[in-house]
Design a protein around this ligand. Structure first.
Ligand code: FAD
Length: 223
């Protein structure tokens, strides 16, 4: 098969995460491709819109959830703006999976700490669901997530689901000035919340994804 030939996907669902970020649920149209497709948490794909082009997004759904893949993307340019116009039932192209992945099997028996900022939760979400779907294999699971404002938080329904399920510690924050009167969580930058939560580094794996400044201030706190 030609490696440049995309598989065809049908858009099954669209979630508007924020004013400029969307999540698409996509299923392979060819049943043979659907049956044979597999990937590992952390890998990415090349998603194409006919007549517009192709761009790279991580696979935001977990490999434990079969029958579909999801991507979350921010509209920044030519292809992503075209993707924003697509609707349920429309067809897209996909090549992949490509790239490295998280060593989820190696993480078994350890505590897991997920730290993300903004759209950085998209690649981390895949590993979070992967770990939650295999919950008994891991120790404590801590999720620390923040965004500039309440309106910029992605996966709001899932954040609430993770908070309520009782087997993960979920800590949320928005930047000062980004809170609303209803916001019940922290108002600070992500590294300050990491410092406050102080996840135990012993016997733990930490996965951090977000803007470089967030990562720079977060990594020393995990040592
Ligand atoms: C491994 C990997 C994983 C990724 N995962 C994700 C993900 O999960 N979600 C996500 O949202 N993004 C992700 N990205 C980023 C994503 O691939 C890009 O945002 C996307 O390809 C942009 O495509 P586009 O055609 O819409 O933008 P483009 O049209 O290519 O524009 C991209 C940027 O360049 C600027 N630009 C375009 N043309 C010009 C010009 N002539 N002069 C100056 N500036 C210009 C645009 O304003 C915009 O800011 C990932 C990237 C990589 C490498």
């Amino acid at each position: 098969m030609n490696i440049y030939q995309p598989h065809l996907l049908r858009i099954e669902d669209v979630v508007e995460e924020t004013a400029d970020t969307r999540t698409l649920r996509l299923s392979f149209i060819d049943p043979a491709v659907a049956a044979g497709f597999d990937f590992k948490a952390g890998q990415f794909g090349e998603y194409s819109v006919f007549g517009a082009g192709e761009c790279t997004f991580c696979i935001a759904s977990a490999p434990t959830r079969k029958g579909y893949i999801e991507c979350s993307f921010k509209s920044v340019g030519k292809v992503t703006q075209e993707m924003r116009r697509l609707e349920v039932g429309d067809t897209m192209g996909f090549r992949g999976p490509y790239g490295n992945y998280f060593p989820i099997d190696e993480m078994a028996g350890r505590d897991l700490v997920f730290i993300a900022g903004g759209i950085g939760l998209a690649p981390v979400r895949c590993v979070i669901w992967n770990a939650l779907d295999r919950r008994q294999e891991f120790g404590d699971i801590t999720i620390i997530y923040g965004a500039r404002s309440v309106a910029d938080l992605v996966y709001k329904r899932e954040l609430e689901e993770w908070r309520l399920r009782g087997d993960a510690n979920v800590h949320l924050c928005v930047d000062p000035g980004g809170e609303t009167p209803e916001w019940k969580h922290a108002v600070c930058f992500v590294p300050s919340l990491v410092e406050e939560v102080a996840p135990a580094p012993r016997n733990a794996y930490a996965i951090v994804c977000g803007p470089p400044i967030m990562i720079n201030f977060t990594l020393p706190l995990l040592a």
